[in-house]
Design a protein around this ligand. Sequence first.
Ligand SMILES: *[C@@H]1O[C@H](CO)[C@@H](O)[C@H](O)[C@H]1NC(C)=O
Ligand SMILES: *[C@@H]1O[C@H](CO)[C@@H](O)[C@H](O)[C@H]1NC(C)=O
Ligand SMILES: *[C@@H]1O[C@H](CO)[C@@H](O)[C@H](O)[C@H]1NC(C)=O
Ligand SMILES: *[C@@H]1O[C@H](CO)[C@@H](O)[C@H](O)[C@H]1NC(C)=O
Ligand SMILES: *[C@@H]1O[C@H](CO)[C@@H](O)[C@H](O)[C@H]1NC(C)=O
Ligand SMILES: *[C@@H]1O[C@H](CO)[C@@H](O)[C@H](O)[C@H]1NC(C)=O
Ligand SMILES: *[C@@H]1O[C@H](CO)[C@@H](O)[C@H](O)[C@H]1NC(C)=O
Ligand SMILES: *[C@@H]1O[C@H](CO)[C@@H](O)[C@H](O)[C@H]1NC(C)=O
Ligand SMILES: *[C@@H]1O[C@H](CO)[C@@H](O)[C@H](O)[C@H]1NC(C)=O
Length: 891
Amino acid sequence: MTILDSLLFCILIAIAAGFGSFPSSSHHRRQCFLTNENSVSCLSRGRLSHRAKLHSITSQSASVAPSNSADTEKVKRHRTYHIQKPKTTRQKVRTLFQKAQYLEKKGLWRKAAQTLSDILVLDPRDSHSYLALARLQARRFPNTTRATIAFHNGTAACPNSVHLWQAWAVFEQNAGRSERAKELFGRALEIDPYNPYVCHAYGLLLEKDNATAAVNLWQHALEKKSTAALVCSLGTAYIAQEQYTKARRLYAKHLNKVSSDRERTEVALASAWLEERYFSNINGARQLLTESLRNATTSASLVQVALARFEGRRKNERVTPFTSDGGIRKNAERQKLEQACELNIQDSSSLPADGRVFNALASIEVKARRLKSAREILHRGLERHPQDYSLLQAAGKVEERMGNYTGARTLYRASLCIQPSAPCLVAIALLELHHPTSKKTNFALVKQLFEEALLIDPRHAPAYNAYARCVFEQEDDEQQARSIFERGVRAKCSDAASLYHGFAKLELALGNIGSARKLLIEGRNAAKRQEIGKDSPHRERALFLMHTLGMLELNSNRIVAALEIFNDGVAQYGNSSQLLLGAALCEVRLGNVEKARILFEKSVMNDRRHAHAWQAWGVLEMKAGNWKAAKTLFQCGIKNMPRHGPLWQAYAVMESRLGNVTEARALFEKGINQSPNLSSLYQGWASLELREGNSEDAKVLITKALTLDKHNGAGWLIASEIEQRLGNRGLSMLLLRRGVECSPSNPSLYRALGEGLLGEGKINEAREILEKGLEMDPAHAPLYHSLAELEARVCNVQGLSKLHQRAAAMFNSNVMEPSQNSSDAWASKIKAARLRNVPTKVTALAESASRGDAIFENDADVSTSSLLDDLSSQLLVGGISNLLTMDDEEP
Ligand SMILES: *[C@@H]1O[C@H](CO)[C@@H](O)[C@H](O)[C@H]1NC(C)=O
Ligand SMILES: *[C@@H]1O[C@H](CO)[C@@H](O)[C@H](O)[C@H]1NC(C)=O
Ligand SMILES: *[C@@H]1O[C@H](CO)[C@@H](O)[C@H](O)[C@H]1NC(C)=O
Ligand SMILES: *[C@@H]1O[C@H](CO)[C@@H](O)[C@H](O)[C@H]1NC(C)=O
Ligand SMILES: *[C@@H]1O[C@H](CO)[C@@H](O)[C@H](O)[C@H]1NC(C)=O
Ligand SMILES: *[C@@H]1O[C@H](CO)[C@@H](O)[C@H](O)[C@H]1NC(C)=O
Ligand SMILES: *[C@@H]1O[C@H](CO)[C@@H](O)[C@H](O)[C@H]1NC(C)=O
Ligand SMILES: *[C@@H]1O[C@H](CO)[C@@H](O)[C@H](O)[C@H]1NC(C)=O
Ligand SMILES: *[C@@H]1O[C@H](CO)[C@@H](O)[C@H](O)[C@H]1NC(C)=O
């Protein structure tokens, strides 16, 4: 067996263990032994007790409504068998059931189905075999009626099995047949009207159309039994209706009624969130959390992470663990987690607590790019909790980030063998995609791994993201990518923000602005719903989504809408540096310089390393003629982020505008030392030398700029200008033509080329080029001027009047009421760029959504600064370039 075969084998075991609809049936754990490098043998520890557990669940629910329950009878019957004929039917059924499970794991589905049918001949009323058969058919023939027939047969033979009716209802629900599902949940409730699992699942289904019905059902179920799921869902429904006091009473009433430690913790955390978020009762929330920590046994680490996040929010410094001197400031969350890790290590009470505190701490370190520290934390965690699969997978991710792919593989494999999980499979798929074991990437295998991940957890958003991106990039199949995202939308992913964000960015990359906007709005609403009742671990993702939506509106020239979104984001997610910058850019566009200043300041205060904010603020002051302020801002930005080339460039351009050429040259040089691959630094310098009359120097510099990035449109303009100065008119025109080819979305190139052609008297060709430019960017006013000049020159009155109408439709000269076509203009630019340079720009956009950080998810927080980098490069550029209209474009 190869390594990957053995991985798949482990996965199959996990899948065969099945999609339990009652919680406990999925609780059994597997134990695996890594026997050698190439083979893994897995033993299912819980397998023998699996049936017994299922029986205990059904009999438990039957005990609530014991009248005539076939399940109760069945348990009795089995017990009787056990006493009277211990080696006959029951033993046989059990052996056959195990065999069927084994066969299913092996992928021998036909044989497995046959074995289950054999059991049903032996015992025609074995509800678990019906269930297993139905699930098998559902996997084997996803879009046939076979599973339905099996459920049908099963419920006919065991009409009183709540478990079967419930499983069938969930199956129908997942297939999108809500009405049928409701009917089936109803049947289950006829048998056991207070069953908490059925009531909870049914309520979630009802809630979409009729919240009252759901609330009634949950209240009804809570009369007999308190479960955390029921309490938290009902509490969330109350909060959604702004009945905060009712929610408070509900939590208080049931806190000590739920049965397990874990459930009590869940209710306590929901209660603390209610106090913090809706009553602003910070002390009450803190008290609940600390008390819950004292009470908690097995779920202590869950509370520790929640408490750390809570304290982090208090200081409002989650985004910035840095001081201006670049040193590490111990923020509150990090400090809390460090303490929790220490306690966890010292605590020898050997409670089976998990290592999530280590995971949460490591995730903070990874975000701050302190990989060595993250690695060390995870190692300490693993010494304490060697069987924590999520620690192993996080450790794998850290090794992968450090370039240790072999180490990463080993760790992922170990994690899978303890507990196959979707994040781990996604990580392996991505590793296989980007750093394959063999010479060539095996796409079929990669896709299979994604599918396996989705079988284990159909609601795992990062799997859809990574999968769709892989299909889009490798096969350039946007339709398939879209259909993967649509699957995710149907599955109602637990992290809605991440799914919709990924989907929207696909549409954005394809230039479908309208679809992207629609998806982002849907995603924002879904994310808000998800964080009503609890401190969602996905809040940062939702923040990024809001940022993208705001930048989309800003780029579409819908300034007022954009500002509303940024403000809404700040209200929802606190003072995020990125959102504040977005709001500042909006205020700049609306002409409210004073408001913009305040927002810029808040933005950099929240994250001193936010280079874009320093830069945009500096440019604002520069444009306002406040040279000294601008200089200070550029210097502050450079001090915090010395490798951020555009800051150096903006500073240098300012100095050159002020006429201090020596200083400007020095700044360009320093900037290039820090950021040697940034084309625009060479371009800016070239522009300076051109102005100074040093054409030969300018030529050298611009050649370097275009070598680094041939899509740099402004660079081609300067190159052409240089040749013109040198008297090489032909070459100058050639450079413009090449520029249009390489950077087809730059309207200035069309204009320069069109005017050049006009100068040569080539009217028709000039018109064609200018029209092409307008097609690309209908909002670029100078193109209308050039075209008008052309038509005037040939006395084309009709053409002139048409042109006038077009311009009037485009520019209604009021930013408050943006023209309909402003997104169209942006869309056509994206589409044009895509035609030429698909790989880099488009994938940069798609990439961010699927960065493998879900791996650190352990209810801990997830985020990536790299995500923002990518977004910045795509979206901020639009926002900032509107500010940065420097003289480079018109040398
Ligand atoms: C079943 O679904 C798959 C994809 O989900 C599709 O390719 C196939 O054509 C469908 N088969 C039938 C019989 O509808
Ligand atoms: C359902 O029952 C019918 C009649 O007893 C039988 O022919 C069929 O094979 C069963 N189907 C399944 C999927 O169990
Ligand atoms: C919602 O459910 C309640 C209780 O089940 C019912 O009385 C009401 O008519 C339902 N409302 C709608 C709009 O279906
Ligand atoms: C902690 O335990 C005490 C005693 O059992 C109980 O009264 C209290 O409500 C619990 N608090 C929390 C937050 O779990
Ligand atoms: C790679 O990772 C493995 C597993 O954690 C570790 O044992 C090994 O030392 C690492 N190698 C390097 C070069 O860091
Ligand atoms: C954001 O910062 C302002 C001060 O600039 C503060 O008053 C406000 O409470 C902060 N908002 C949040 C949600 O922390
Ligand atoms: C140019 O800038 C440098 C450094 O800021 C300064 O020392 C020098 O006096 C300036 N020269 C002119 C001509 O402004
Ligand atoms: C610049 O690009 C070269 C070649 O692509 C690469 O080797 C180098 O690491 C890059 N330097 C920086 C600082 O990114
Ligand atoms: C503006 O939009 C309208 C309708 O959406 C369309 O008919 C028209 O051609 C567009 N104009 C430009 C210049 O793109």
